[in-house]
Design a protein around this ligand. Structure first.
Ligand code: ADP
Ligand code: MG
Length: 232
């Protein structure tokens, strides 16, 4: 018997609806969507089409207005806010569009702060953080540098390491390449695929830029999923 019959999908959406508070118009209406374990999906949509809103729902930062968001077999609406925070810290890696690093902490401290919320702490986490930073071509001379003093490309790589430090089962990436030129963008994507190659981790990578999709097996347009009228 294969294990895949018993392991829940990374993502399962059913009749998902989302409207911002005070707004009558829904932003998202997704009847159904699944992402399997270890699947890497490129989700493309125009600016303003709801990509970041959807990632916020997948990360459990918000709850849906209607329907179900099941992540790794856990229904987000069954958890209160602090349990969702813990779930996210333990099982998910999130790379926000603006990276959200703490500017006055060093590269290494930003990663170690995230490691505190995972299962391995102390010296083990520190060693893993250093190895991962080096793996993304951030040499030890940069580990002690404040995030605010790193280049955009360097901040982006710290954000990836921070997202991976707790060995997530699902990585959510919000178009972090928009601030990079094409060479740096391609190098970043190559690095991301390389680092994921030996990990059991699903990924949803969102961007407005359809050319990025060439690097993914699975390419989805948000417009195909989202049934809200008049949106991309
Ligand atoms: P994308 O990431 O694809 O650019 P977003 O998910 O950020 O799109 O936004 C989708 C839509 O929701 C946009 O029309 C945006 O203006 C609107 N929106 C985003 N955040 C809020 C908010 N806090 N309140 C009301 N509307 C919002
Ligand atoms: Mg966005």
């Amino acid at each position: 018997m294969t294990k895949s019959n018993t392991v829940p999908d990374a993502i399962q959406l059913k009749n998902l609806g989302y409207s911002f508070k005070g707004s009558a118009l829904p932003i998202l209406n997704i009847p159904t969507w699944q992402v399997a374990r270890n699947e890497r999906v490129f989700l493309q949509g125009e600016s303003g089409s709801g990509k970041s809103t959807l990632l916020g729902l997948l990360a459990g930062l918000q709850l849906p207005t209607l329907g179900d968001v099941d992540i790794l077999g856990t229904r987000m609406s069954s958890l209160g806010a602090s349990k969702r925070d813990r779930f996210r810290a333990k099982h998910l890696g999130v790379v926000f569009q603006q990276f959200n690093l703490i500017p006055y902490l060093s590269a290494l401290e930003n990663v170690l702060l995230a490691a505190q919320f995972g299962t391995s702490g102390g010296a083990v986490a520190r060693q893993r953080a250093i190895e991962l930073l080096e793996r993304v071509n951030l040499p030890s001379s940069l580990h002690g540098r404040k995030a605010a003093a790193l280049s955009i490309g360097q901040q982006q790589r710290v954000a990836i390491v921070r997202a991976l430090i707790n060995e997530p089962s699902l990585l959510l990436v919000d178009e972090p390449t928009s601030a990079l030129d094409h060479n740096n963008r391609d190098a970043f994507l190559a690095l991301l695929f390389d680092i994921l190659a030996d990990r059991d981790c699903a990924m949803v990578f969102v961007s407005h830029d359809p050319t990025i999709g060439q690097m993914f097996d699975n390419h989805v347009r948000l417009a195909e999923l989202n049934q809200v009228a008049g949106r991309d």
